[in-house]
Design a protein. Structure first.
Length: 102
């Protein structure tokens, strides 16, 4: 397994770390730094994840930023900022624009 392992048409992505952006197929303009950062993302675009497991659950969400180990949000969240190890945004905050700092 490796970074950007399943990328097919996604462009302008950067992945550093084992399995970073592993599932990405069509998402564009994502940056993932850390083991398993944005690992489940398939079509989400404009996301930035820094830290082991950052934005682990994101699948189709766009324009999210997560900094910290296991910092994340819902699979389809948009426009969220999550900072701190273990910090998260719940699925009830799918509208986006939410900031969570732990």
């Amino acid at each position: 397994m490796g970074a950007l392992q399943n990328n097919t048409t996604g462009s302008n992505n950067t992945a550093i770390g084992e399995d970073a952006l592993f599932s990405n197929s069509m998402g564009d303009f994502n940056t993932a730094s850390g083991v398993n950062a944005l690992v489940r993302n398939t079509t989400g675009s404009g996301n930035t994840a820094s830290g082991s497991g950052a934005l682990f659950s994101n699948i189709v969400g766009n324009y999210n930023t997560a900094i910290g180990s296991n910092a994340g949000g819902p699979p389809a969240g948009n426009g969220n900022t999550i900072i701190g190890s273990g910090a998260s945004v719940s699925s009830s905050m799918l509208g986006g624009g939410t900031t969570s700092i732990l």
